[in-house]
Design a protein around this ligand. Structure first.
Ligand SMILES: Nc1nc2c(ncn2[C@@H]2O[C@H](COP(=O)(O)OP(=O)(O)OP(=O)(O)O)[C@@H](O)[C@H]2O)c(=O)[nH]1
Ligand SMILES: [Mg+2]
Length: 323
């Protein structure tokens, strides 16, 4: 693809003017309150985020108040690293180091891999940071309490389960699921180690009450931090197409069997893919007649699924555009 051809693609993504990308249900307000109430007895905060959006979408305002802007030890865990490659991880570290030098402890993790890459580094690091910190009211307690926070669906509960399985050989204690909003309240402490006893506190994923940056909202939606129906699969698929073209990542052309090559029009892309894959559904018309049509929604869901399962290649959505 030549530079002139690539400049034919959209240079910016526009969300339909009436649409706001926001999701702040009641359990998040309650969760914020519960987190603040439990903070007094927390020795370290582990913030989990999706490594495909290392910069965008962290609820920094709220999370900074939790760590007391550096008073409590804080670790940023970038989970789902199986969906990135090593080179991307290195450049993300550099990107974070230059943009947010206050983030001193960053780990990449994968809960899906048998070896639980990176997850087992969390506990030794947290233990060291706690021992180096002044624990104020907690100085007399030999137990360590670690609170897990982050936006929805990034793997907070999964990390707790892995640590409990590995260190205590006990079965999972936190509910996990593929949609956003599985954990809906701050629960009881979950033990993950004996002697010294270490507990983790699972919390509901919490987004910003108002997401003012549309593109940030679209990235959060694409990685699944909001339920798909809030933004709509058609718009999420359109943003994915925009991002891939803008970054000249054309693996999707082969994956979707597009004969005519890269294209910036989501309806054409989905219609061609649905046609190729035989995705049809029966639609009743106003006159009562039933017509067989290409199922664009099913095609959009498949396209998003390919991204979420890494089938369009490793993608860091915060990667700058290569001009
Ligand atoms: N690819 C991949 N998927 C993961 C990883 N860790 C967790 N998941 C999946 O991510 C989804 C969300 O996991 P949860 O542990 O429920 O996430 P959460 O942050 O607790 O979500 P909420 O409770 O909704 O805020 C599940 O489908 C997990 O199987 C990982 O390292 N890699
Ligand atoms: Mg959870």
């Amino acid at each position: 693809m030549t530079a002139s051809a690539s400049s034919a693609f959209r240079q910016v993504f526009r969300v339909p003017s009436k649409q706001r990308i926001n999701w702040f249900p009641g359990h998040m307000t309650k969760g914020m309150r519960q987190i603040q109430q439990r903070l007094r007895n927390v020795d370290c905060v582990v913030e989990i985020h999706d490594s495909r959006i290392p910069i965008a979408g962290r609820n920094s305002q709220f999370f900074d108040t939790i760590t007391g802007s550096g008073v409590k030890p804080h670790i940023l865990v970038l989970n789902k690293m199986d969906l990135l490659d090593n080179k991307q991880q290195r450049s993300i570290r550099q990107q974070l180091r230059s943009q947010q030098p206050e983030l001193r402890h960053i780990l990449f993790t994968n809960c899906k891999d048998q070896r639980n890459h990176g997850v087992l580094d969390i506990l030794p690091l947290a233990t060291r940071l706690i021992s180096e910190s002044s624990r104020f009211n907690r100085a007399q307690s030999a137990e360590h309490n670690i609170m897990i926070i982050g936006v929805p669906n990034v793997g907070k509960s999964s990390v707790i389960n892995v640590l409990r399985n590995v260190h205590l050989k006990r079965k999972s204690a936190a509910r996990v699921g593929a949609e956003a909003g599985i954990t809906r309240a701050v629960g009881e402490r979950i033990k993950i180690q004996e002697q010294p006893a270490v507990y983790m506190i699972d919390t509901p994923g919490i987004l910003q009450p108002s997401i003012s940056d549309d593109e940030m909202g679209m990235k959060l939606a694409l990685v699944g931090c909001l339920p798909d129906h809030i933004v709509g699969e058609d718009l999420i698929a359109d943003y994915l197409l925009y991002w891939l073209n803008r970054h000249q990542r054309f693996d999707y052309v082969k994956k979707l069997h597009l004969q005519s090559g890269p294209c910036d029009n989501i309806s054409s892309v989905l219609a061609e893919y649905a046609q190729q894959e035989g995705m049809f559904h029966r639609v009743k018309q106003y006159n009562g007649q039933v017509e067989v049509m290409t199922n664009l929604l099913a095609a959009a869901r498949k396209f998003i699924h390919f991204f979420r399962t890494g089938q369009l290649g490793p993608i860091n959505l915060d990667e700058p555009v290569n001009r």
